[in-house]
Design a protein around this ligand. Structure first.
Ligand code: FE
Length: 351
């Protein structure tokens, strides 16, 4: 027997390691950095661990905090999966090189092309939208009717001077909406529109989306812009104060007769320096499953991003009457416009 010949035991070991998938080779752990701060998400993480035996460790922070932490940690970062709640932030993280491009036939089939971001020419995907939210207009039912606000363009109409409540223009939800408007109307027209919005403001931007809805209910403003799930949350609340708010307001899904209502995404990606990338892909695939997509729809009042998922949410049903036309812009193009949009905001004095 030659000394260099492998023993039977070595051959057996080689055969075992060759048969091991990368997932099996990795320890059964997954580190998630999440900007999703919705308590109902816990159930989803639990279901994944139970089904796979993969133990989840989670770091919760807001989007900006997560990006800063990933940059500070660099290659030593323990993060495997990153969950962020806005297209502008996802785009920023992609450009900053914080994501590992992945290929997953399952995710590519489930998530429509306009809701995911191509990473490179090799066909890898940088991130996937996992749920969608509409940016809608709410209005004072006593003063106005739906047709007054059936397009975003109308929010700038001088007849609504002193009526608009909206959060800061620099908030990612608005940067994404304005980035989409730039795609639809071009930069010059969008800047003129933004100037019109500033001219119509009831007050200097302050607070979050729920504060804008409440501003309409209290009579401080006649119209406001909000993400759909904040409204759905109030509609599903049993608190008397919330019920009173929703009774005073109407809601419009703008631009049904043109390009459709602006949609934003919450999404996920594999971290650039993930040590458990196979587990991370498995987790993102789980988030695109009908079970998890239903959770997004019912737990946080979002729409599933995956195609063909049936769900049942009374508030979303009531808000839309069943269906509506949503914008089909590539969501990655929306994020790309944010620097340009911020410059416009500065020029027109939109705080
Ligand atoms: Fe939000």
């Amino acid at each position: 027997m030659k000394p260099s010949s492998p023993t039977l035991a070595t051959l057996a070991l080689l055969a075992v390691s060759a048969a091991m998938s990368p997932a099996m080779a990795q320890e059964q752990v997954l580190n998630i950095y999440s900007a999703r701060h919705y308590p109902s998400d816990e159930l989803m993480y639990g279901a994944f661990s139970k089904a796979t035996g993969i133990q989840i460790k989670r770091v919760d922070a807001d989007d900006a905090g997560i990006l800063a932490r990933l940059k500070a940690e660099g290659a030593a970062s323990p993060a495997d999966v990153i969950l962020l709640v806005d297209a502008s932030r996802l785009w920023r993280a992609q450009v900053d090189g914080l994501f590992m491009p992945i290929k997953s036939p399952l995710l590519e089939q489930a998530i429509p092309a306009h809701l995911r971001a191509q990473a490179d020419a090799n066909g890898g995907t940088a991130w996937f939208g996992l749920s969608t939210r509409a940016r809608v207009v709410v209005f004072d039912k006593l003063k106005y009717k739906k047709s007054d606000f059936d397009s975003y363009e109308k929010l700038a109409d001088p007849q609504f001077k002193g009526q608009l409540c909206i959060r800061s223009g620099s908030h990612p939800y608005n940067l994404s909406l304005f980035g989409a408007m730039t795609e639809h109307m071009g930069a010059a027209q969008t800047e003129a529109w933004l100037k019109g919005l500033v001219g119509n403001m009831a007050r200097s931007p302050k607070g979050g989306d729920t504060d804008q809805i409440k501003g309409v209910a209290s009579g401080e403003c006649g119209m406001a812009v909000t993400n759909s799930y904040y409204l759905a949350r109030l509609m599903r609340s049993t608190q008397a104060a919330d019920v009173a708010v929703t009774e005073k307001i109407g809601v419009v899904f703008p631009n049904q007769s043109s390009w459709g209502t602006h949609m934003n995404v919450a999404g996920g990606a594999v971290a650039k320096h993930a040590k458990h990338s196979a587990n991370a892909i498995k987790f993102l695939e789980y988030l695109a499953s009908p079970q998890a997509q239903n959770h997004f729809a019912n737990g946080n009042n979002e729409w599933p991003a995956a195609q063909g998922v049936r769900f049942d949410n009374p508030a979303l049903q009531a808000m839309t009457g069943g269906s509506f036309k949503s914008e089909l812009l590539p969501i990655s193009a929306v994020g790309q416009n944010q620097t340009k949009v911020q410059q416009m905001l500065d020029r027109v004095g939109f705080k």
